[in-house]
Design a protein around this ligand. Structure first.
Ligand code: MN
Length: 260
């Protein structure tokens, strides 16, 4: 089943993120959306939740705090934020669109499974809303080219919402780390390969305990055509549809042969 069509100018939009309520990418997304839609609602984590994945807070209560009109924080994860936004904060006023971001940094390949940014959009999709995760690539130690995301956002969003994609599918958008004039276009891609976690800093804490600190280094494949990684490193905006049905069909067939 596909999402119902809606007009951007009349839309009510929910925005969340994983970088937290004070993140520049969130503020930029709010600013852009205020110029495009009727109502912008923000429900974002109080503190940074990058790499929180799709985690849900279950062993303690959650507090929603109102920052200003239609702007709220939750002392929880991105998933908590979207769940509370839909069921409580926006009760009776469901969004036409759920956006997450704009994340400071890429969400490419397997990042999607660790990302709190993607998880907020996953939660939106699971709740039945058209949902899009947005991320701006940058190089460690370099300034983030927010102007690239800002410049391309309007066109990307208008085109995406004109497509009626399936419920339960979210869209993962990555803006390349090039000036906006150097962007080559918008490309539909597949999830690439980019494993994180192999590089670790090892040390000893002040009390003599050895520790490990997971680094940002990645073993990634930028060369495989048609992938999100290849597209952004060529200077394109990448759009990857992600399915929340994680079933791998060919393996279903393989296993059925073992359990006839
Ligand atoms: Mn983040």
């Amino acid at each position: 089943m596909e999402h119902e069509p809606f007009q951007l100018a009349k839309a009510r939009v929910l925005i969340s993120n994983d970088d937290g309520i004070d993140a520049p990418g969130l503020k930029l997304l709010e600013k852009v959306m205020r110029g495009l839609v009727k109502e912008v609602w923000v429900v974002a984590p109080q503190t940074e939740q990058s790499a929180a994945g799709h985690s849900l807070t279950m062993r303690r209560p959650l507090f929603v705090r109102r920052v200003s009109r239609r702007r709220f924080t939750v002392d929880g994860t991105p998933t908590d934020c979207v769940l509370l936004a839909i069921h409580k904060v926006m009760k009776g006023r469901p969004p036409d669109l759920v956006l997450s971001g704009i994340n400071r940094g890429a969400n490419l390949g397997e990042d999607a499974t660790y990302s709190g940014t993607v998880a907020a959009a996953m939660e939106g999709a699971l709740l039945g809303f058209p949902s899009i995760a947005l991320s701006q690539l940058y190089e460690d130690g370099q300034p983030v080219r927010w102007s690239t995301a800002e410049h391309w956002m309007d066109e990307v969003l208008r085109r995406l919402i004109s497509a009626r994609w399936s419920r339960g599918v979210l869209l993962n958008v990555n803006f390349p780390d090039v000036p906006s004039v150097a962007v080559t276009g918008i490309e539909v891609t597949r999830q690439g390969r980019r494993k994180i976690g192999g590089s670790m800093i090892e040390g000893v804490d002040p009390r003599g305990e050895p520790y490990f600190w997971i680094g940002g280094g990645r073993d990634e494949d930028r060369g495989r055509a048609g992938t999100d990684l290849e597209a952004v490193h060529r200077g394109a905006v990448s759009v990857t549809p992600l399915s929340l049905d994680l079933t791998h069909e060919p393996t279903v067939k393989t296993l059925k042969a073992v359990f006839p």
